[in-house]
Design a protein around this ligand. Structure first.
Ligand code: HC1
Ligand code: SF4
Length: 574
């Protein structure tokens, strides 16, 4: 440990801490635009410049390591003037149409302009217009991600998140030098024509509205307001452990009940749980795996509920498509059941026969789920996909006091019951653990196998593995970069019988549609909340879900039946 003094306060910090860590420890706030806890600091925005006694000149606090005995000053007039001048320059290049911007109220740049009370008084120099008018600034071609580079503050975080430090897709990189610097795609292609997998990690780190999820919430609000259609919403496992952050609650706060109540206040007629379909996915996928295992075909089986991963395989490794599970993702299963089966039937023959369709919305922590809902073969089963952030925007727009809502509420049925196994889908390793729990039952080894597979959990390990007695080794790729790393090894085909891949580190709880957070431990906190729900669940294996058992009896016959295949399985295309 070392001791430093920040604005007169002495604090003790870890040896390799930065000046920014020291300031935070001292309760001193320093503004940042290009800093994000899980990415390397590159100190380009200069907002965090501070004076430090061991250096002759001001240093960027996000990148500079603190030394024992340092005296740090963050608030001299010179530093404040420098920050203001820097922001003034950015303001002159910004469109400032905040009033209708999707991130109005949660934009780091807007917050700083307001805090420092800057006027938009310099001559405007719009992005891309002067030296390099050829760059495409607005791009709405992707079903998942919108770009508006007129709002870019050149922090570089999108390129980091998409590049070596993050997803390793390298779809976004910087072009030009100096004041014309701009993040572009290869050859300035629209995003829909690039190798973008729609993971949304670039939107998660963008401090402004330059990169956002393709917004659906306006249409959802208008459809609900008109109240002409019977409406149903499903909510993903990772949303309930993160949405509280949007309303100032402690990270890791579980808000299942508040969220259900908010969705009812927004006007949804039925509030269902994606977790129901996660249990059903397990029934189909565990049986699919055991059939492949018996026949020793198409092994290892890759999970396919992460659309970012499916996109990656289709774009980069179509030879692996036969390894993907054909089981639909829970989002799409739930949509199909709501629109065309179990639920539609409860509404009467008009609905069951498809003459009238319920309006179906899903709330997901993921931007790629928008993309997935438009895939050939499943398109139309989910009408609109909202990210966790968009749901929070809707709740705020309607003035619903989320924190004051009761936690006491239940999902509607028949598509609302679920087990702990479904809940852990939201964490990296969770899908595999859920498969193993039910597969153990199917092969008669439930009593000799553990329920908790701690080797498969956690956010820090890139590739996790476990030996399933009598079956073989399974692996978890924690992020798309981990999957790429595994596929470069020689032996993955022989080493494993099944592999789970989630494109975002941490799994869906780290998804590109989750609340933006500067908490370095945010993934751990959300993960703890997920396993807490599982631990306290009365049933923790998917096959124990009573409503799923009923569904097989009344409609689907048995897992992987012809009927189940028709409704619950899909295909992939290169
Ligand atoms: Fe996920 Fe899934 S777990 S993909 O991570 O299989 O998005 O939360 O809803 O579909 O259930 C996401 C989360 C989610 C699906 C499920
Ligand atoms: Fe890169 Fe993912 Fe953003 Fe696409 S969505 S540009 S792959 S970070």
């Amino acid at each position: 440990m070392i001791k430093v003094t920040v604005n007169g306060r002495v604090v003790e910090i870890e040896d390799d801490s930065t000046l920014l860590d020291a300031s935070r420890e001292a309760g001193v706030h320093i503004p940042t635009l290009c800093y994000y806890p899980r990415l390397p600091s590159h100190a380009v925005c200069r907002m965090c410049l501070v004076n430090v006694s061991s250096e002759a000149r001001p240093q960027p606090a996000c990148k500079t390591k603190a030394k024992d005995g340092d005296i740090i000053e963050t608030d001299t007039q010179q530093l404040i003037d420098f920050r203001k001048a820097d922001m003034q320059w950015l303001l002159a290049r910004h469109p400032n149409d905040c009033i209708r911007c999707e991130v109005n109220g949660s934009c780091q740049f807007q917050n700083l302009v307001c805090e420092y009370q800057l006027e938009d008084k310099w001559e405007k120099v719009p992005r891309g217009s002067a030296e390099h008018p050829e760059h495409v600034l607005t791009d709405h071609t992707s079903p998942s991600i919108w770009r508006d580079l007129s709002k870019c503050v050149e922090c570089g975080l999108c390129a980091e998140a998409c590049g070596d430090a993050g997803q390793q897709q390298h779809v976004i990189g910087f072009a030009e030098q100096g004041s014309g610097r701009i993040p572009v795609t290869v050859f300035d292609k629209p995003l829909s024509e690039t190798n973008c997998i729609s993971c949304g990690q670039c939107t998660l780190v963008c401090p402004t509205g330059a990169l956002i999820e393709t917004p659906h919430w306006h249409e959802v609000v208008h459809t609900l307001d008109a109240h002409r259609r019977v409406s149903a919403v499903q909510v993903a496992p990772a949303t309930r452990v993160a949405i509280s952050e949007e309303f100032g609650m402690k990270p890791g706060t579980v808000s299942t009940g508040r969220m259900i109540n908010a969705l009812r206040e927004l006007g949804f007629d039925y509030v269902f749980d994606t977790n129901f379909a996660a249990d059903l996915t397990i029934m189909e996928e565990a049986n699919e795996f055991l059939t492949r295992f018996k026949n020793q075909q198409q092994l290892p089986l890759f999970t396919s509920c992460c659309p970012g991963w499916v996109n990656w395989v289709e774009i980069n490794r179509p030879d692996l498509l036969p390894h993907l599970s054909t089981t639909k993702s829970p989002q799409q299963m739930h949509g199909a059941l709501t629109k065309r089966a179990a639920f539609a039937r409860t509404l009467g023959s008009e609905f069951a026969e498809g003459k009238v369709e319920p309006y179906v919305v899903s709330v997901m922590p993921c931007t790629a789920k928008k993309d997935e809902s438009a895939r050939p073969g499943v398109s139309g089963d989910v009408d609109h996909v909202l990210t966790t952030r968009e749901l929070a925007r809707m709740i705020k727009a309607r003035g619903i006091a989320f924190g004051a809502l009761s936690e006491d509420a239940e999902f509607d049925n028949p598509l609302g019951e679920s087990t702990g196994a479904a809940q852990i889908f939201g964490a990296s390793g969770g899908v595999m653990e859920a498969v193993v729990r039910t597969a153990a039952h199917l092969i008669g080894k439930e009593d000799s196998m553990p329920l908790d597979w701690h080797q498969l959990r956690g956010v820090d390990t890139v590739i996790k593995e476990a030996e399933i007695p009598g079956v073989g080794k399974v692996a978890i790729c924690n992020g798309i970069a981990a999957a790429q790393q595994m596929l470069k090894t020689e032996n993955w085909r022989d080493d494993y019988v099944a592999i789970e891949v989630m494109a975002c580190v941490g799994g869906c709880l780290g998804g590109g549609g989750e609340p933006k957070s500067m908490d370095p431990l945010i993934l751990e906190k959300r993960m703890q909340a997920i396993y807490g729900i599982d631990k306290n669940a009365p049933r923790r294996r998917s096959y124990e879900n009573q409503d799923i058992q009923k569904l097989y009896k009344t409609e689907l016959e048995h897992p992987n039946s012809t009927k189940a295949h028709h409704l619950l399985h899909t295909h992939y295309a290169a």
